[in-house]
Design a protein around this ligand. Sequence first.
Ligand SMILES: [Fe+2]
Length: 270
Amino acid sequence: MRVLIFWDIYGRVWRNAFKKHFLDIKNKYNPDFTIVNPENISSWRWPVMKHIKEIDSLWIDVYTSGNHIYDNYNDIKDYLDAPNSKLIRPANFYESEHVYFPGKWYKILEKDGKKLLVINLMSSTFLRDEMYNAFLKVDEMLKGMNLDEFNWIIIDFHRETTSEIYAMSMFLEGKVSFVYGTHTHIQTNDELILPGWTWLLTDVWMNGPLYSVIWADFEGIKSRFLSWVLTWKIDQALWKDYVVSACVVDIDEKTRKCLNIEKIRIRGSL
Ligand SMILES: [Fe+2]
């Protein structure tokens, strides 16, 4: 079974560069499922529905997300709660009788009688102090599920630090097929299979402007690095030069073991 995963689709670039390459990549690798994290699809704020609808015209099975999931709360909440919504949100918000968080934290995909479970988590470290501990939450969740029901389990762990991907992968070693990180928009060359057969990959980059700081134009955010001043006029970097990145994961459907990971990196100019 083959899964194609795109990290962090950013701003206007996806509408141009991503669309330009998506079908070629899909046709070349012929995946069974496609996962996309479009949390920045409407630039640096979480997408508005018109962009979700626009990307939905492509062949994508599930959207994961992260810290911007509720930035356009009123616009997105109904779709998050829709019965067949493809969009999932991090599992470990502090849910209580006082606060309701729209959306599901997982998506089950089925094909030919085989099931893929996709889970979304988010760290509290340098991101959202108010998140419930992601390790404890996923442990609670998996203990409440019949894991034998699934042929593959994949986790998008939205976080800032590299160590958390390794820690989470080892925490879930032998239970899930693949743990990968989103949010940092930095390519890592560390795809690794643990002795207990779980694979990890810290980050595969983004689909966004190539000459940028994560995605932002340097001049617009320079003051953040040179002083304490926060510049709220953050501009997208020029998007003529772009990077499109993804990875292809092959998973044994009988053993749940991840067999191979191939990173895709395309740099181009519009
Ligand atoms: Fe993020």
